[in-house]
Design a protein around this ligand. Sequence first.
Ligand SMILES: Nc1ncnc2c1ncn2[C@@H]1O[C@H](COP(=O)(O)OP(=O)(O)OP(=O)(O)O)[C@@H](O)[C@H]1O
Length: 346
Amino acid sequence: MLAIDVHQLRKQFKVQKNREGLKGAMLDLFKREHTEVMAVKDISFQIPQGEICGYIGENGAGKSTTIKMLTGILVPTSGRILVNGFVPHQEREQFVGSIGVVFGQRSQLWWDIGVIESFRLLRKVYKVDEADFKARLVELVETLQLGDLLNRPVRKLSLGQRMRCELVAALLHNPSILFLDEPTIGLDIVVKTEIREFLKRLNREYGTTILLTTHDLQDIEALCSRVIMLDDGRIIYDGGLEELKERWGKGREVQFQFTDPISLLDVSGLTSGFEGVRWTKENEVTAKVWIPRELNVSDVLSRVVGSAAEISDIKIFETNTDEIVREIYKTGSPEAKEQAKEAVRG
Ligand SMILES: Nc1ncnc2c1ncn2[C@@H]1O[C@H](COP(=O)(O)OP(=O)(O)OP(=O)(O)O)[C@@H](O)[C@H]1O
């Protein structure tokens, strides 16, 4: 069974218009005018059990709206959703037992009571057996190092501590799918890394399926083999992260450290004939070469390595996903968007 199966999913919101001026406000009192906003436009995708998939897009692209439909909080305007074989908004009671949800910007813990009390209440909500609850709590508390936080009220926790507690709260009933909406927002790099490690482990040990939205592409790099990219309510890319980099990455950079001092002229000579290759000198013995996407990196490398110049070190710089994705978002890079839409269609 697929973890998530979505067909032609659409969500349209009715938004009240505000008319201008005093007269407008008076008129609004009697009869409001409405417009429609289509937040999600007939999207389809399937996620198998055990996959970690990133769901990305600019502000307002429709990510949260999708997650809310997948978790049964919003009812779709049209289309079909099956999550763990359930129709989320129809079969709520059984359904919520099989999923966990963390919204980075909202808490599911009670503000004024000890964290452990919130966990106990959630145990009742999810009808988790006492012995299972204890075993799971011990394990999660240990992995996420929550020991001395458990008796503190949530309002006294730092954001990072709270987020770790949110994860425990979402996982106490051992769900097979975890939805994360901006799980690392506002956290420092140390806590971000801890949370990423924890999620990887969860996926590895329990096969938990994870769908996560994020604006932090480091989350995607660290966790996801697959990315779904949304733009204005439509899917513009659905595929591997590596493929995304390959398809839209503009090139690779390789840094060479030579044994003896070199000049820019020397190194440029090494790659003569390769069109578009650009060298920059970093210091007496170090130079960087930029290799455009159209060329095979290893062809260029072997030419340099096979030359008379003696090399003491080589570093290859990975294509920066941040830059690629920002480029697609920003320029809309019309042809990239068009290509992507075609790839999804075809
Ligand atoms: N309850 C609502 N009523 C009306 N319009 C809404 C509602 N919720 C979302 N929208 C609109 O739907 C579109 C998609 O919003 P959504 O929150 O899903 O985007 P998002 O990709 O999650 O953005 P962000 O990264 O900012 O969280 C936006 O234009 C938003 O204004």
